[in-house]
Design a protein around this ligand. Structure first.
Ligand SMILES: [Zn+2]
Length: 259
């Protein structure tokens, strides 16, 4: 059964505040609201206030509400104005997480079905699902994390996706990269050359662009602060020590993911 979404979309006059950029989403990010409001109230508050904070969907025990179009970016992952979470992911807030209980459980259940539906519609696998924490370290979705159930929630989404006949992993275009050995970091003079370009291209292939807004996504063969920042975001996401320095562990992880 298809879950119907009730739309209460932000007015175009507020796009510059809430969702200034066009988005071709690559991920879905799961949040807990840390609040006890309904989905309707979460969305109407979000689209009506003067804060830039925004998210696409709120799910409660009864329904899914949408406030931001999925082809616009929303500010929900705290990883900056060019962060992959903010610029490439659809934000789904699960309501009633503050107090928990039966209403929260029902909201989470509906959110699991809804996220599976979003994956199915896009031909995506479970590998596209992220938690807010993956992007900037914030303890969110707080209730799922504190109950130690993130893997369980992901497994439930995957099972639901399977029952909808969806793919379990996304096919990504793979190219091989000649990733250099050795240590690359920001220093003076800056490290540059073809090997740095390979690192930058590998990061970009996994959506960790050195500079999303810049020409060629910032792939310029120079290991400057923006490349270090992309490395750092990649490390944070993959539980490596997030120091922005490219070394053997970062190389190995990139190679596994690009295989
Ligand atoms: Zn969050």
């Amino acid at each position: 059964m298809t879950i119907k979404v009730k739309k209460n979309l932000v007015s175009e006059a507020k796009y510059s505040l809430k969702c200034p950029n066009h988005m071709d989403a690559e991920y879905i990010t799961i949040h807990n609201t840390a609040n006890d409001a309904s989905a309707a109230n979460e969305i109407s508050y979000m689209i009506g206030n003067t804060s830039s904070t925004s998210f696409h969907f709120a799910v409660d025990d009864k329904e899914v509400r949408q406030g931001i179009p999925t082809n616009r970016n929303a500010w929900h992952t705290g990883d900056g104005k060019n962060g992959t979470g903010n610029r490439k992911s659809i934000g789904v807030e699960i309501c009633y997480s503050k107090s928990g209980g039966a209403k929260y459980k029902a909201a989470e259940k509906l959110a699991i079905k809804f996220v599976a539906q979003l994956l199915k519609e896009r031909g995506w696998g479970i590998d596209r699902v992220r938690k807010h924490q993956d992007w900037n370290g914030k303890y969110c979705p707080h209730r799922i994390l504190s109950e130690g159930r993130w893997d369980e929630v992901k497994a439930a989404i995957e099972a639901e996706l399977k029952s909808l006949g969806g793919k379990t992993s996304s096919s990504k275009k793979k190219t091989s990269y000649a990733l250099p050995s050795g240590i690359y970091k920001v220093k003076s003079p800056m490290m540059k050359g073809a090997s740095v370009t390979q690192i930058q291209k590998a990061l970009a292939a996994l959506y960790f662009y050195p500079d999303k807004g810049a020409k060629n996504n910032g792939i310029d063969g120079v290991y400057g602060p923006k490349t270090a920042n992309a490395v750092k975001r990649f490390q944070l996401m993959h539980r490596l020590s997030a120091d922005g320095i490219y070394g053997p562990k970062t190389k190995a992880k990139l190679e596994v993911l690009l295989k």
